[in-house]
Design a binder for this molecule. Structure first.
Ligand code: ATP
Ligand code: MN
Length: 479
Protein backbone atom coordinates (compact mmCIF):
# COMPACT_ATOMS: atom_id res chain seq x y z
CA UNK A 1 0.00 0.00 0.00
CA UNK A 2 1.24 3.48 -0.80
CA UNK A 3 2.20 5.61 2.17
CA UNK A 4 0.32 8.86 2.70
CA UNK A 5 1.45 12.06 4.36
CA UNK A 6 -0.62 13.48 7.16
CA UNK A 7 -0.94 16.90 5.55
CA UNK A 8 -2.56 15.35 2.46
CA UNK A 9 -4.88 13.14 4.52
CA UNK A 10 -6.10 16.01 6.67
CA UNK A 11 -6.67 18.16 3.61
CA UNK A 12 -8.32 15.64 1.29
CA UNK A 13 -8.55 12.23 2.95
CA UNK A 14 -11.85 10.48 2.22
CA UNK A 15 -13.83 8.71 4.88
CA UNK A 16 -13.69 4.94 4.25
CA UNK A 17 -10.36 5.06 2.40
CA UNK A 18 -7.67 2.60 3.54
CA UNK A 19 -4.27 4.24 4.08
CA UNK A 20 -0.76 3.62 5.39
CA UNK A 21 0.88 6.30 7.55
CA UNK A 22 4.40 6.27 8.98
CA UNK A 23 5.10 8.89 11.63
CA UNK A 24 6.26 9.68 15.16
CA UNK A 25 4.12 9.45 18.25
CA UNK A 26 3.47 12.74 20.01
CA UNK A 27 1.17 11.37 22.73
CA UNK A 28 -0.75 8.25 23.60
CA UNK A 29 -3.74 8.25 25.92
CA UNK A 30 -6.84 6.22 26.44
CA UNK A 31 -8.47 3.45 28.41
CA UNK A 32 -7.92 -0.26 28.74
CA UNK A 33 -9.70 -1.04 25.50
CA UNK A 34 -9.10 1.93 23.22
CA UNK A 35 -5.97 4.00 22.73
CA UNK A 36 -5.73 7.39 21.04
CA UNK A 37 -2.37 8.06 19.47
CA UNK A 38 -1.46 11.51 18.14
CA UNK A 39 0.88 11.10 15.17
CA UNK A 40 3.03 13.71 13.47
CA UNK A 41 5.21 13.30 10.38
CA UNK A 42 6.43 16.88 10.05
CA UNK A 43 4.40 17.55 6.89
CA UNK A 44 2.18 19.97 8.80
CA UNK A 45 1.50 21.29 12.26
CA UNK A 46 -1.55 19.13 12.89
CA UNK A 47 -1.40 15.62 14.30
CA UNK A 48 -3.37 12.72 12.91
CA UNK A 49 -5.38 10.96 15.57
CA UNK A 50 -5.10 7.18 15.43
CA UNK A 51 -7.71 5.10 17.21
CA UNK A 52 -6.26 1.74 18.26
CA UNK A 53 -8.83 -0.69 19.53
CA UNK A 54 -7.79 -3.83 21.39
CA UNK A 55 -10.08 -5.75 19.04
CA UNK A 56 -7.67 -5.17 16.12
CA UNK A 57 -4.34 -4.27 17.76
CA UNK A 58 -2.70 -6.54 20.31
CA UNK A 59 -1.89 -5.34 23.79
CA UNK A 60 1.72 -6.37 23.25
CA UNK A 61 2.03 -3.86 20.38
CA UNK A 62 0.23 -1.06 22.21
CA UNK A 63 2.51 -1.42 25.20
CA UNK A 64 5.54 -0.71 23.03
CA UNK A 65 4.12 2.61 21.83
CA UNK A 66 5.18 5.73 23.73
CA UNK A 67 5.88 9.37 22.99
CA UNK A 68 8.78 9.53 20.51
CA UNK A 69 8.31 6.07 18.98
CA UNK A 70 8.03 5.70 15.22
CA UNK A 71 5.15 3.56 13.97
CA UNK A 72 3.55 2.46 10.71
CA UNK A 73 -0.24 2.38 10.84
CA UNK A 74 -2.56 0.79 8.32
CA UNK A 75 -6.18 1.63 8.75
CA UNK A 76 -9.38 3.16 7.53
CA UNK A 77 -10.13 6.87 7.61
CA UNK A 78 -13.20 7.76 9.62
CA UNK A 79 -15.01 10.97 10.34
CA UNK A 80 -13.29 12.55 13.31
CA UNK A 81 -15.14 12.52 16.62
CA UNK A 82 -12.83 15.12 18.10
CA UNK A 83 -12.86 18.79 17.29
CA UNK A 84 -10.80 20.58 14.70
CA UNK A 85 -9.92 17.63 12.50
CA UNK A 86 -11.51 16.30 9.38
CA UNK A 87 -10.55 12.65 9.70
CA UNK A 88 -9.05 10.16 12.09
CA UNK A 89 -7.49 6.79 11.44
CA UNK A 90 -9.00 3.54 12.74
CA UNK A 91 -5.99 1.23 12.95
CA UNK A 92 -6.14 -2.30 11.50
CA UNK A 93 -2.45 -2.96 11.84
CA UNK A 94 0.45 -1.21 13.60
CA UNK A 95 4.16 -1.94 13.17
CA UNK A 96 6.51 -0.41 15.68
CA UNK A 97 9.45 0.79 13.58
CA UNK A 98 11.40 2.25 16.48
CA UNK A 99 10.62 2.41 20.18
CA UNK A 100 11.42 5.32 22.52
CA UNK A 101 11.74 4.32 26.13
CA UNK A 102 9.69 6.69 28.32
CA UNK A 103 12.36 6.78 31.05
CA UNK A 104 15.00 7.82 28.56
CA UNK A 105 13.32 9.88 25.83
CA UNK A 106 14.06 13.52 26.73
CA UNK A 107 11.21 15.08 24.78
CA UNK A 108 8.18 14.30 26.88
CA UNK A 109 4.92 16.10 26.04
CA UNK A 110 5.25 19.10 28.35
CA UNK A 111 6.65 22.62 28.11
CA UNK A 112 10.41 22.63 27.65
CA UNK A 113 12.56 25.75 27.79
CA UNK A 114 14.25 26.94 24.59
CA UNK A 115 17.60 26.56 26.37
CA UNK A 116 16.90 22.90 27.12
CA UNK A 117 15.75 22.27 23.56
CA UNK A 118 19.04 23.69 22.24
CA UNK A 119 20.82 21.00 24.24
CA UNK A 120 18.75 18.36 22.45
CA UNK A 121 18.82 20.01 19.03
CA UNK A 122 19.03 16.52 17.48
CA UNK A 123 15.44 15.94 18.63
CA UNK A 124 13.92 19.40 18.64
CA UNK A 125 12.67 19.10 15.05
CA UNK A 126 10.00 16.92 16.67
CA UNK A 127 8.47 19.84 18.55
CA UNK A 128 5.68 21.95 17.10
CA UNK A 129 7.77 25.07 17.49
CA UNK A 130 10.82 23.87 15.56
CA UNK A 131 8.91 22.11 12.85
CA UNK A 132 6.85 25.29 12.32
CA UNK A 133 10.00 27.46 12.27
CA UNK A 134 11.70 25.14 9.80
CA UNK A 135 8.71 24.98 7.50
CA UNK A 136 8.66 28.79 7.38
CA UNK A 137 12.44 28.83 6.89
CA UNK A 138 11.99 26.49 3.93
CA UNK A 139 9.20 28.62 2.52
CA UNK A 140 11.42 31.70 2.72
CA UNK A 141 14.35 29.96 0.98
CA UNK A 142 12.14 29.23 -2.00
CA UNK A 143 10.51 32.65 -1.90
CA UNK A 144 13.96 34.28 -2.07
CA UNK A 145 15.01 32.25 -5.13
CA UNK A 146 11.62 32.82 -6.71
CA UNK A 147 11.82 36.58 -6.12
CA UNK A 148 15.17 36.94 -7.86
CA UNK A 149 14.66 34.33 -10.54
CA UNK A 150 11.40 35.85 -11.68
CA UNK A 151 13.09 39.25 -11.98
CA UNK A 152 15.99 38.08 -14.10
CA UNK A 153 18.69 37.89 -11.39
CA UNK A 154 21.27 35.11 -11.73
CA UNK A 155 22.19 33.07 -8.68
CA UNK A 156 25.97 33.01 -8.24
CA UNK A 157 27.92 30.70 -5.94
CA UNK A 158 30.79 32.60 -4.36
CA UNK A 159 33.66 30.84 -2.58
CA UNK A 160 33.39 29.72 1.02
CA UNK A 161 37.16 29.64 1.46
CA UNK A 162 38.72 32.96 0.56
CA UNK A 163 42.17 34.45 0.52
CA UNK A 164 41.16 38.01 1.25
CA UNK A 165 40.76 39.14 4.78
CA UNK A 166 40.08 42.69 3.74
CA UNK A 167 36.32 42.91 3.94
CA UNK A 168 36.53 43.87 7.57
CA UNK A 169 33.03 42.64 8.36
CA UNK A 170 34.30 40.95 11.49
CA UNK A 171 36.77 38.44 12.80
CA UNK A 172 37.43 35.49 10.51
CA UNK A 173 37.94 31.78 11.05
CA UNK A 174 41.26 30.58 9.65
CA UNK A 175 41.32 27.70 7.19
CA UNK A 176 44.45 25.57 7.33
CA UNK A 177 45.62 21.99 7.19
CA UNK A 178 48.74 22.70 9.25
CA UNK A 179 49.42 20.36 12.12
CA UNK A 180 48.74 23.00 14.75
CA UNK A 181 51.22 21.39 17.13
CA UNK A 182 53.96 21.83 14.56
CA UNK A 183 53.42 24.93 12.46
CA UNK A 184 56.21 25.93 10.04
CA UNK A 185 57.88 29.16 11.07
CA UNK A 186 60.13 31.44 9.05
CA UNK A 187 61.81 34.55 10.50
CA UNK A 188 59.67 34.24 13.62
CA UNK A 189 56.36 34.23 11.72
CA UNK A 190 54.04 31.45 10.57
CA UNK A 191 55.08 30.44 7.06
CA UNK A 192 51.79 30.25 5.19
CA UNK A 193 53.55 29.48 1.91
CA UNK A 194 53.75 25.93 3.28
CA UNK A 195 50.02 25.82 3.98
CA UNK A 196 47.47 24.00 1.78
CA UNK A 197 46.72 27.01 -0.43
CA UNK A 198 50.17 28.50 -0.16
CA UNK A 199 48.75 31.56 1.55
CA UNK A 200 46.65 32.58 4.52
CA UNK A 201 42.99 31.67 3.98
CA UNK A 202 39.78 32.01 5.95
CA UNK A 203 36.07 31.27 5.78
CA UNK A 204 34.17 33.98 3.96
CA UNK A 205 32.43 36.76 5.90
CA UNK A 206 30.45 37.83 2.80
CA UNK A 207 30.16 36.94 -0.87
CA UNK A 208 29.91 40.57 -1.89
CA UNK A 209 33.32 41.27 -3.43
CA UNK A 210 33.06 38.23 -5.71
CA UNK A 211 29.39 39.01 -6.31
CA UNK A 212 30.42 42.43 -7.64
CA UNK A 213 32.69 40.74 -10.19
CA UNK A 214 29.74 38.78 -11.51
CA UNK A 215 27.38 41.77 -11.55
CA UNK A 216 29.84 43.76 -13.62
CA UNK A 217 29.37 41.27 -16.42
CA UNK A 218 25.97 39.69 -15.94
CA UNK A 219 24.05 42.73 -14.70
CA UNK A 220 21.83 41.46 -11.91
CA UNK A 221 23.05 38.69 -9.62
CA UNK A 222 22.45 37.39 -6.12
CA UNK A 223 24.28 35.06 -3.80
CA UNK A 224 22.64 32.99 -1.06
CA UNK A 225 25.26 31.18 0.91
CA UNK A 226 26.81 30.54 4.30
CA UNK A 227 29.00 33.17 5.93
CA UNK A 228 31.16 32.92 9.02
CA UNK A 229 32.12 35.47 11.62
CA UNK A 230 34.22 34.74 14.67
CA UNK A 231 32.68 37.65 16.54
CA UNK A 232 32.44 37.04 20.21
CA UNK A 233 29.09 38.75 20.50
CA UNK A 234 26.78 36.63 22.56
CA UNK A 235 23.57 38.37 21.51
CA UNK A 236 20.18 37.06 20.48
CA UNK A 237 20.87 38.33 16.91
CA UNK A 238 24.36 36.98 16.12
CA UNK A 239 25.54 33.58 14.95
CA UNK A 240 29.07 32.50 14.03
CA UNK A 241 27.68 30.66 10.98
CA UNK A 242 24.74 32.21 9.17
CA UNK A 243 23.28 32.46 5.68
CA UNK A 244 23.28 35.66 3.74
CA UNK A 245 21.43 36.85 0.65
CA UNK A 246 23.45 39.39 -1.33
CA UNK A 247 22.05 40.91 -4.52
CA UNK A 248 24.33 43.11 -6.61
CA UNK A 249 23.02 45.24 -9.46
CA UNK A 250 25.03 46.92 -12.22
CA UNK A 251 24.11 50.55 -13.03
CA UNK A 252 22.06 50.89 -9.82
CA UNK A 253 22.49 53.79 -7.43
CA UNK A 254 21.66 53.95 -3.72
CA UNK A 255 18.00 54.86 -4.28
CA UNK A 256 17.45 51.85 -6.51
CA UNK A 257 19.27 49.73 -3.94
CA UNK A 258 16.85 50.92 -1.24
CA UNK A 259 13.90 50.24 -3.54
CA UNK A 260 15.11 46.68 -4.12
CA UNK A 261 15.62 45.95 -0.42
CA UNK A 262 12.20 47.32 0.48
CA UNK A 263 10.42 45.43 -2.29
CA UNK A 264 12.26 42.19 -1.48
CA UNK A 265 11.48 42.31 2.25
CA UNK A 266 7.85 43.27 1.76
CA UNK A 267 7.33 40.60 -0.89
CA UNK A 268 8.92 37.88 1.24
CA UNK A 269 6.92 38.69 4.35
CA UNK A 270 3.68 38.99 2.39
CA UNK A 271 4.36 35.55 1.01
CA UNK A 272 4.78 34.15 4.52
CA UNK A 273 1.51 35.78 5.58
CA UNK A 274 -0.29 34.29 2.58
CA UNK A 275 1.19 30.79 2.62
CA UNK A 276 2.10 29.82 6.18
CA UNK A 277 -1.12 30.61 8.07
CA UNK A 278 -1.23 27.53 10.35
CA UNK A 279 2.37 27.74 11.42
CA UNK A 280 2.09 31.52 11.92
CA UNK A 281 -0.99 31.16 14.08
CA UNK A 282 0.77 28.59 16.24
CA UNK A 283 3.94 30.69 16.58
CA UNK A 284 1.89 33.76 17.27
CA UNK A 285 0.10 32.14 20.25
CA UNK A 286 3.38 30.75 21.45
CA UNK A 287 4.94 34.19 21.44
CA UNK A 288 1.98 35.73 23.25
CA UNK A 289 2.44 33.18 26.07
CA UNK A 290 6.13 33.95 26.21
CA UNK A 291 5.52 37.70 26.34
CA UNK A 292 3.25 37.35 29.36
CA UNK A 293 6.20 36.11 31.42
CA UNK A 294 8.30 39.14 30.56
CA UNK A 295 8.57 42.45 32.35
CA UNK A 296 6.47 45.19 30.76
CA UNK A 297 9.47 47.08 29.39
CA UNK A 298 10.98 43.97 27.77
CA UNK A 299 7.84 43.03 25.90
CA UNK A 300 7.72 43.20 22.12
CA UNK A 301 5.89 46.25 20.84
CA UNK A 302 3.79 44.15 18.44
CA UNK A 303 2.31 40.70 18.09
CA UNK A 304 3.81 38.44 15.43
CA UNK A 305 1.06 39.10 12.89
CA UNK A 306 1.19 42.82 13.61
CA UNK A 307 4.90 42.97 12.98
CA UNK A 308 4.59 41.09 9.69
CA UNK A 309 1.87 43.45 8.53
CA UNK A 310 3.89 46.40 9.82
CA UNK A 311 6.47 45.56 7.16
CA UNK A 312 4.20 44.17 4.45
CA UNK A 313 1.82 47.13 4.55
CA UNK A 314 3.97 50.15 5.46
CA UNK A 315 6.34 52.03 3.25
CA UNK A 316 9.85 52.23 4.66
CA UNK A 317 10.83 55.65 5.99
CA UNK A 318 14.10 56.85 4.50
CA UNK A 319 16.22 59.10 6.72
CA UNK A 320 19.84 60.16 6.56
CA UNK A 321 22.18 59.17 9.37
CA UNK A 322 22.65 62.84 10.22
CA UNK A 323 18.90 63.42 10.62
CA UNK A 324 18.66 60.28 12.74
CA UNK A 325 21.38 61.45 15.10
CA UNK A 326 19.51 64.74 15.61
CA UNK A 327 16.31 62.89 16.40
CA UNK A 328 18.04 60.56 18.85
CA UNK A 329 19.85 63.39 20.64
CA UNK A 330 16.52 65.07 21.32
CA UNK A 331 14.67 61.91 22.41
CA UNK A 332 14.28 59.69 25.41
CA UNK A 333 13.17 56.09 24.93
CA UNK A 334 10.49 56.63 27.59
CA UNK A 335 9.64 58.95 30.45
CA UNK A 336 11.81 57.27 33.05
CA UNK A 337 14.64 55.73 31.12
CA UNK A 338 17.59 56.97 29.13
CA UNK A 339 19.25 54.89 26.45
CA UNK A 340 21.70 52.36 27.88
CA UNK A 341 24.21 53.67 25.39
CA UNK A 342 24.23 57.42 25.08
CA UNK A 343 24.50 58.90 21.61
CA UNK A 344 28.08 60.05 21.45
CA UNK A 345 27.37 62.48 18.66
CA UNK A 346 27.84 62.63 14.92
CA UNK A 347 30.20 59.89 13.80
CA UNK A 348 29.22 57.24 16.32
CA UNK A 349 27.69 53.92 15.36
CA UNK A 350 24.11 53.31 16.44
CA UNK A 351 23.23 50.58 18.91
CA UNK A 352 20.34 48.24 18.37
CA UNK A 353 18.27 50.15 20.98
CA UNK A 354 18.65 53.36 18.96
CA UNK A 355 17.67 51.63 15.74
CA UNK A 356 14.63 50.11 17.41
CA UNK A 357 13.63 53.44 18.94
CA UNK A 358 13.56 55.07 15.52
CA UNK A 359 11.40 52.30 14.10
CA UNK A 360 9.10 51.48 17.01
CA UNK A 361 8.65 54.82 18.76
CA UNK A 362 9.61 57.64 16.47
CA UNK A 363 8.58 56.80 12.92
CA UNK A 364 6.37 53.77 13.57
CA UNK A 365 7.49 52.45 10.19
CA UNK A 366 10.40 50.31 9.02
CA UNK A 367 13.32 52.69 8.51
CA UNK A 368 16.17 52.90 6.03
CA UNK A 369 19.09 54.97 7.27
CA UNK A 370 21.52 56.17 4.61
CA UNK A 371 24.65 58.29 4.11
CA UNK A 372 26.65 57.11 7.11
CA UNK A 373 29.98 58.59 8.27
CA UNK A 374 32.72 56.92 6.24
CA UNK A 375 34.74 56.02 9.33
CA UNK A 376 32.17 53.51 10.60
CA UNK A 377 31.61 51.82 7.24
CA UNK A 378 33.56 49.58 4.88
CA UNK A 379 36.19 50.79 2.38
CA UNK A 380 34.20 49.92 -0.74
CA UNK A 381 31.27 52.28 -0.16
CA UNK A 382 30.95 55.24 -2.52
CA UNK A 383 32.22 58.51 -1.08
CA UNK A 384 29.75 61.41 -1.13
CA UNK A 385 30.55 64.94 -2.31
CA UNK A 386 30.92 66.09 1.32
CA UNK A 387 34.00 63.84 1.70
CA UNK A 388 32.67 62.74 5.11
CA UNK A 389 29.84 60.34 4.38
CA UNK A 390 29.41 57.29 2.18
CA UNK A 391 26.46 55.96 0.19
CA UNK A 392 25.62 53.29 2.77
CA UNK A 393 22.20 52.15 3.90
CA UNK A 394 20.87 49.96 6.71
CA UNK A 395 17.31 48.67 6.87
CA UNK A 396 15.96 48.69 10.43
CA UNK A 397 13.10 46.52 11.70
CA UNK A 398 11.14 46.47 14.95
CA UNK A 399 12.41 44.02 17.56
CA UNK A 400 15.71 43.22 15.89
CA UNK A 401 17.19 46.47 14.57
CA UNK A 402 19.44 46.00 11.54
CA UNK A 403 18.26 43.38 9.06
CA UNK A 404 19.96 44.65 5.89
CA UNK A 405 23.24 46.48 5.32
CA UNK A 406 24.23 47.70 1.90
CA UNK A 407 25.67 50.46 -0.25
CA UNK A 408 26.38 51.92 -3.61
CA UNK A 409 29.91 50.76 -4.34
CA UNK A 410 32.88 53.03 -5.06
CA UNK A 411 33.35 52.55 -8.80
CA UNK A 412 36.07 55.21 -9.24
CA UNK A 413 39.59 53.75 -9.12
CA UNK A 414 41.38 56.69 -7.53
CA UNK A 415 38.75 57.24 -4.84
CA UNK A 416 38.75 53.51 -4.00
CA UNK A 417 42.54 53.44 -3.73
CA UNK A 418 42.37 56.48 -1.49
CA UNK A 419 39.91 54.81 0.88
CA UNK A 420 42.00 51.63 0.97
CA UNK A 421 45.11 53.61 1.85
CA UNK A 422 43.25 55.44 4.64
CA UNK A 423 42.13 52.12 6.06
CA UNK A 424 45.48 50.34 5.61
CA UNK A 425 44.15 47.78 3.18
CA UNK A 426 46.97 46.50 0.97
CA UNK A 427 46.24 46.92 -2.75
CA UNK A 428 48.08 43.68 -3.61
CA UNK A 429 45.50 41.64 -1.76
CA UNK A 430 42.59 43.05 -3.75
CA UNK A 431 44.24 43.57 -7.13
CA UNK A 432 41.33 41.83 -8.82
CA UNK A 433 38.78 44.04 -7.09
CA UNK A 434 40.72 47.11 -8.26
CA UNK A 435 40.93 45.71 -11.81
CA UNK A 436 37.15 45.90 -11.94
CA UNK A 437 37.51 49.69 -11.65
CA UNK A 438 40.23 49.75 -14.28
CA UNK A 439 38.35 47.84 -16.95
CA UNK A 440 34.82 48.85 -17.84
CA UNK A 441 33.84 50.27 -14.48
CA UNK A 442 30.28 51.46 -13.86
CA UNK A 443 28.10 52.43 -10.93
CA UNK A 444 26.67 49.45 -9.04
CA UNK A 445 25.06 48.73 -5.71
CA UNK A 446 23.99 45.86 -3.49
CA UNK A 447 23.22 44.74 0.02
CA UNK A 448 23.36 41.84 2.46
CA UNK A 449 20.25 40.42 4.09
CA UNK A 450 20.93 38.12 7.02
CA UNK A 451 18.70 35.14 6.35
CA UNK A 452 18.35 34.10 10.00
CA UNK A 453 17.39 37.65 11.02
CA UNK A 454 14.65 37.42 8.41
CA UNK A 455 13.47 34.04 9.70
CA UNK A 456 13.64 35.37 13.24
CA UNK A 457 11.42 38.26 12.28
CA UNK A 458 9.00 36.08 10.30
CA UNK A 459 8.58 33.55 13.11
CA UNK A 460 8.75 35.92 16.08
CA UNK A 461 11.39 33.81 17.77
CA UNK A 462 13.25 35.70 20.49
CA UNK A 463 16.65 34.12 19.86
CA UNK A 464 18.41 33.63 16.54
CA UNK A 465 19.74 30.27 17.82
CA UNK A 466 16.23 28.91 17.49
CA UNK A 467 15.74 29.66 13.79
CA UNK A 468 18.70 27.67 12.41
CA UNK A 469 18.70 23.92 13.01
CA UNK A 470 22.19 23.70 14.51
CA UNK A 471 23.44 27.08 15.73
CA UNK A 472 27.14 27.85 15.95
CA UNK A 473 27.94 30.37 18.66
CA UNK A 474 30.89 31.05 20.97
CA UNK A 475 31.73 27.82 22.84
CA UNK A 476 29.08 25.84 21.00
CA UNK A 477 29.37 23.68 17.89
CA UNK A 478 27.51 20.56 19.06
CA UNK A 479 25.77 18.28 16.56
P1 ATP B 1 25.42 43.96 13.16
O1 ATP B 1 25.77 45.40 13.35
O2 ATP B 1 24.03 43.61 13.54
O3 ATP B 1 26.45 43.03 13.74
P2 ATP B 1 26.76 44.05 10.61
O4 ATP B 1 26.82 45.52 10.40
O5 ATP B 1 27.96 43.33 11.08
O6 ATP B 1 25.49 43.71 11.57
P3 ATP B 1 26.72 43.40 7.78
O7 ATP B 1 28.17 43.12 7.75
O8 ATP B 1 26.20 44.60 7.10
O9 ATP B 1 26.18 43.36 9.28
O10 ATP B 1 25.95 42.09 7.25
C1 ATP B 1 24.73 42.15 6.53
C2 ATP B 1 23.60 41.50 7.30
O11 ATP B 1 23.95 40.21 7.79
C3 ATP B 1 23.16 42.26 8.54
O12 ATP B 1 22.29 43.28 8.22
C4 ATP B 1 22.46 41.17 9.34
O13 ATP B 1 21.14 40.95 8.84
C5 ATP B 1 23.28 39.94 9.02
N1 ATP B 1 24.27 39.62 10.04
C6 ATP B 1 25.44 40.25 10.30
N2 ATP B 1 26.12 39.63 11.27
C7 ATP B 1 25.38 38.56 11.63
C8 ATP B 1 25.57 37.50 12.57
N3 ATP B 1 26.68 37.41 13.31
N4 ATP B 1 24.59 36.55 12.68
C9 ATP B 1 23.49 36.61 11.91
N5 ATP B 1 23.26 37.59 10.99
C10 ATP B 1 24.18 38.54 10.85
MN1 MN C 1 28.41 42.67 13.09
Amino acid sequence: MKRSEIKALLAAGKVGETVLVKAWVRTKRGSKNVNFIALNDGSCLQNLQVVADLKSISEEILQRIHTGACIAVEGKLAESQGSGQSVELLANKIDVLGEAHPDEYPLQPKKHSMEFLREIAHLRFRTNTFSAVNRIRHHLIFAVHDYFNSRGFLNIHTPIITGSDAEGAGETFKVTNFDLKNVPVKDGEVDFSEDFFGKETNLTVSGQLEGELAAMAMGKIYTFGPTFRAENSNTSRHLAEFWMIEPEVAFADLDENMDLSEDLLRTLLKSVLENCADDLEFLSKRREDEEKNKKQEDRSPMSLLEQLKFVAENEFKRVSYTEAIDILRNSKPNKKKKFNYLIEGWGADLQSEHERFLVEKHFKQPVILYDYPKDIKAFYMRLNEDGKTVRAMDVLFPGIGEIVGGSQREERLEELKGRMAEMNIPEEELWWYLDLRKFGTAPHAGFGLGFERLVQFATGMGNIRDVIPFPRTPKNAEF
